[in-house]
Design a protein around this ligand. Structure first.
Ligand SMILES: Cc1cc2nc3c(=O)[nH]c(=O)nc-3n(C[C@H](O)[C@H](O)[C@H](O)COP(=O)(O)OP(=O)(O)OC[C@H]3O[C@@H](n4cnc5c(N)ncnc54)[C@H](O)[C@@H]3O)c2cc1C
Length: 458
């Protein structure tokens, strides 16, 4: 059956190939292997289809549906949860070549895009009209909009401007049997029918392949200003973030870095951040009232701070934010990084960070924490020796303990990266049997043969 499918694909879709080099570069993502950190990559998939059109996607799925062969949708492969990992017996469906912005309407503030458009490219196109595409994953320069939608990606400015879900008005989705479904609409309001758009946002390639999207744009801020403050420890830093919320201030970015992260940035970049305090908070305000807002935010942040500074222009603001942008690259300089992504009610952020510190001490594993503090979204980065063939057991023990901590604090095992392969077991714990059962019923209704990204998410 598989051989017949491969022959049919090679005959029907120009972008289909069985070239082992191409298969090798398309079988994994940035999670580091076959679903566990540092594990060896999976065996080669059956075939790769580089789709150039909706018709290519439809033909691929129609054939795979008939042959009951798994299909793994793929954008840029920048995912860190193993969602795009494709093993033996599967077909990789790469949509990154469908990368046109089809329409950008400055009056409606709507863009219609193909799924392979790089996130930052849409933002840049929007800026030409004084608009922006608000969701800003740190991977915006490499990830695709289709991948962002499939994972409901978030980013630093989402604290004010919303995650990907808030930007998606409508989708074109190819279903498992090859039918093309249009969900939602390109108007800013609309309540006709069930909200099928939301069903596909964050579905990680398990319910359909996104082949088009109508996305909401927002006015680009005329000015963005930054303040940063250092504290004796993370509890004081988290308390300062909570005070910002209590004062009903609305930063467009509110990030927190712990002592371990400051130290590793210093080590990699030659800075002296750790000398300023044991934790750092960086905030931004944007829009017409930014100047007043950042003054008010800086006043609140400054109360218990050991150091505080405000950026007076774009260059000094960017310098203050550099510590946050350089955190992950600095950690990766000294070891392999397993990127975790828990989210807790923001009132529990200090408990989460201190819980992670306790886990690091107990397991003996190096863990660096930085957070989208305004969302309660914490990235504990577990680092281990890059020379090891795979992650040692203590790393898995630490990751498990972090997920348990998130649930104990009333949070979730993933704030923005998705479940993929890495967190399936934990999803079941978070959702419980009834919710999981509803998930499986929806999956059966849309993909009766279970060909779409099987073994991922739920
Ligand atoms: C350095 C770095 C920084 C990152 N920072 C962030 C961050 O700040 N915020 C954040 O949310 N994520 C972040 N990520 C993770 C990653 O970039 C996001 O998850 C991104 O949305 C994935 O997009 P992609 O195009 O690479 O998708 P892929 O990795 O190719 O796929 C991700 C998932 O989506 C599915 N998929 C992809 N395209 C489609 C489609 N067209 N239709 C249906 N399913 C599809 C895949 O099957 C898979 O399950 C980061 C990753 C890296 C490496």
């Amino acid at each position: 059956m598989s051989d017949a499918l491969v022959s049919a694909l090679l005959g029907a879709v120009p972008g289909a190939t069985t070239d082992p080099v191409a298969l090798g570069t398309h079988r994994t993502d940035r999670s580091g292997g076959a679903g566990t950190a540092g594990a060896p990559p999976p065996a080669l998939p059956l075939a790769l289809v580089r789709a150039a059109s909706v018709e290519d996607v439809q033909a691929t799925l129609r054939l795979a549906h008939e042959a009951r062969v798994p299909v793994v949708p793929r954008g840029a492969g920048s995912g860190v949860a193993g969602g795009a990992i494709a093993g033996a017996g599967s077909v990789v469906l790469d949509i990154s070549g469908m990368d046109r912005v089809l329409e950008l309407d400055p009056v409606d503030e709507v863009a219609v895009v193909e799924p392979g458009v790089i996130t930052a490219h849409l933002d840049a196109a929007a800026r030409e009209h004084g608009l922006m595409y608000a969701p800003d994953p740190a991977s915006a320069a490499i990830s695709t909009l289709g991948g962002n939608i499939a994972t409901n990606a978030g980013g630093m400015r989402c604290v004010k401007h919303g995650v990907t879900r808030e930007a998606v008005l409508g989708l074109d989705v190819v279903l498992a049997d090859g039918r093309l479904l249009r969900t939602g609409r390109r108007t800013l309001k609309g309540v006709a029918g069930l909200d099928l758009t939301s069903l596909f946002v964050g579905s990680e390639g398990t319910l359909g392949v996104i082949v088009g999207a109508a996305l909401r744009l927002k006015p680009a801020p005329v000015v963005t200003l930054t303040a940063a403050a250092a504290y004796g420890d993370v509890r004081a830093a988290a308390a300062a973030c909570a005070a910002v919320s209590r004062e009903r201030l609305q930063p467009s970015l509110l990030e927190l870095l712990d002592r371990a992260t400051l130290k590793v940035v210093d080590r990699a970049q030659g800075t002296d951040l750790a000398a300023r305090g044991g934790a750092l908070v960086i905030a931004q305000a944007d829009g017409p009232g930014a100047r007043q807002e950042i003054e008010a935010i800086a006043a609140v942040l400054g109360k218990e701070a050991t150091w505080v500074e405000q950026g007076v222009d774009d260059a000094s603001s960017e310098q203050l934010l550099a510590a946050r942008r350089l955190a992950l690259p600095s950690i990766e300089r000294f070891g392999r990084a397993l990127i975790e992504d828990i989210c807790v009610p923001r009132s529990r952020l200090a408990d989460a960070i201190q819980g992670v510190e306790a886990i690091a001490a107990r397991t003996g594993v190096a863990i660096y924490s930085f957070a989208h503090a305004g969302d309660g979204n914490l990235h504990p980065i577990i680092s281990y020796d890059a020379a090891l063939p795979e992650a040692p057991p203590a790393v898995h023990e630490a990751a498990d303990a972090i997920f348990g901590l998130a649930l104990d604090l009333g949070g979730t095992v993933t704030g923005e990266h998705g479940i993929g392969l890495l967190k399936r077991e934990w999803l079941a714990r978070e959702l419980g049997p009834d919710s999981l059962d509803v998930h499986h019923s929806l999956k059966r209704a849309l993909d009766p043969h279970g060909i779409l990204n099987p073994g991922k998410a739920f």
